[in-house]
Structures are given as structure tokens and as C-alpha cells.
Design a protein around this ligand. Structure first.
Ligand code: COA
Length: 166
């Protein structure tokens, strides 16, 4: 529905379930999305049903599929969450699931489109995100887009550190 140079952001559909399950239970993807708990197909079906029917004005949450612009193939998830309309602010999150599809410009393009949805459709004034401090790839992409580093939250992802040590 919302297009960039390489991607479109569109509604999540039940048909996306298999694509989501393909990489969702890989630590390589989930270590930066936390918590890295293996999710069953049943769990993801319920998540998809809930996520795909969220209304940003009612629920403060908008979850969309990132799809390849030409083929409409599922690439990942783009979301605006904790949308607080009296303050016109929200948090963004983005993920490109297939490691083979990363580094091709999709994540940057998807984030630019997502920011356009947030600022121009939802009328937000402030959009922020957090990421793990060792997620250098994501930090590079977000800083390139224009996000400013405002601080470090300490000891907020203890589970993730344990996982990496194991
Ligand atoms: C972070 C993520 C969304 C970026 O999307 P992407 O499609 O892979 O990134 P792009 O192709 O748009 O951008 C690639 C840029 O990252 C740079 N890059 C690639 N690997 C890198 C690395 N290991 N460290 C730092 N920069 C790196 C490339 O050089 C390129 O920079 P340039 O545009 O200045 O030339 C994607 O990699 C992803 O989904 N990662 C796993 C989930 C995740 O971490 N999500 C963010 C959670 S907050």
C-alpha cells in the first residue's frame, strides 16, 4: 500500500504465516528482536491474527508486512508501537527476516516508508526506537536515515546476554 523504491508496506495477511515461520525461530534473527523464545505455529497464528487486526488509533499499534515491491513477496515486519496520540509519538521497529535479503537496501527503504506513514498518515511528531548496542548493522542504518543517539539503557536485556554467552 505504501511504496518506496524497493519495498511496499502492506497489511499482514494469514498467507504470510509460512513466510514468517521460515526464519522466525532462528536465533540469528531473534537475538536482536528479543525475547528469543521459540514460538509454535499455533502461537504465531494467534499473534498474526491479533497483529493483523490492530488499529493504530484504538490499539496504539500498527503492524505491517514489508514486501518486495515488484513481487509482493514477504520480506519482514515493520511496526509502529506505543502510539501515544495526545503526544503524537511512537516507537518503530523493523526486521528483514531472510539473511540473504539483508544488505540490499530493503531495510533502509522500509524504514523510510514507515516513517512516512508515521509522520504523514498518523500525524506523529516524534518517532524513536531502541536497539541492542552491539547491533552495529541496525545502528548504522538508523543513523544513516537520521536517527540521533540519545542514550544507553543499562541491564535491560539480561536474557539476551545470557543467550549469547551460551
Ligand atoms: C537492521 C536491518 C533492518 C537493516 O536492513 P538491511 O536491509 O539489512 O539494510 P540495508 O541493506 O538497507 O543497509 C545496509 C547498510 O548497512 C551496512 N552494513 C552491512 N553490514 C553491516 C555491519 N555488520 N555493521 C555495520 N554496517 C553494516 C551496509 O554497508 C549498508 O550501509 P550503506 O547503506 O551506508 O552502504 C536488517 O539487517 C535486519 O532486519 N536485521 C535483523 C533484525 C534487526 O536487527 N532489526 C532491528 C532491530 S532494532
Amino acid at each position: 500500500m505504501y511504496t518506496g523504491n524497493l519495498v511496499r508496506l502492506r497489511a499482514l495477511e494469514e498467507l504470510d504465516l509460512d513466510s514468517i515461520l521460515r526464519f522466525y525461530n532462528t536465533l540469528e534473527l531473534r537475538k536482536f528482536l528479543g525475547p528469543s523464545i521459540a514460538r509454535s505455529k499455533r502461537y504465531m497464528e494467534q499473534w498474526l491474527q491479533e497483529a493483523s487486526t490492530r488499529n493504530p488509533w484504538r490499539d496504539g499499534h500498527l503492524v505491517m508486512a514489508v514486501a518486495e515491491k515488484e513481487t509482493n513477496d514477504f520480506l519482514g515486519i515493520a511496526r509502529l508501537k506505543d502510539i501515544i496520540l495526545p503526544h503524537n509519538r511512537a516507537e518503530v521497529g523493523i526486521s528483514i527476516h531472510d539473511p540473504e535479503k539483508r544488505g540490499k537496501g530493503y531495510g533502509t527503504d522500509a524504514m523510510l516508508v514507515l516513517l512516512g506513514v508515521g509522520f504523514n498518515i498518523l500525524g506523529l511528531h516524534s518517532i524513536y526506537l531502541d536497539t541492542m548496542e552491539d547491533n552495529e548493522w541496525a545502528i548504522h542504518v538508523f543513523e544513516k536515515i537520521g536517527f540521533k543517539h540519545v542514550g544507553i539503557l543499562r541491564e535491560t536485556e539480561l536474557l539476551m546476554e545470557n543467550e549469547r554467552a551460551s
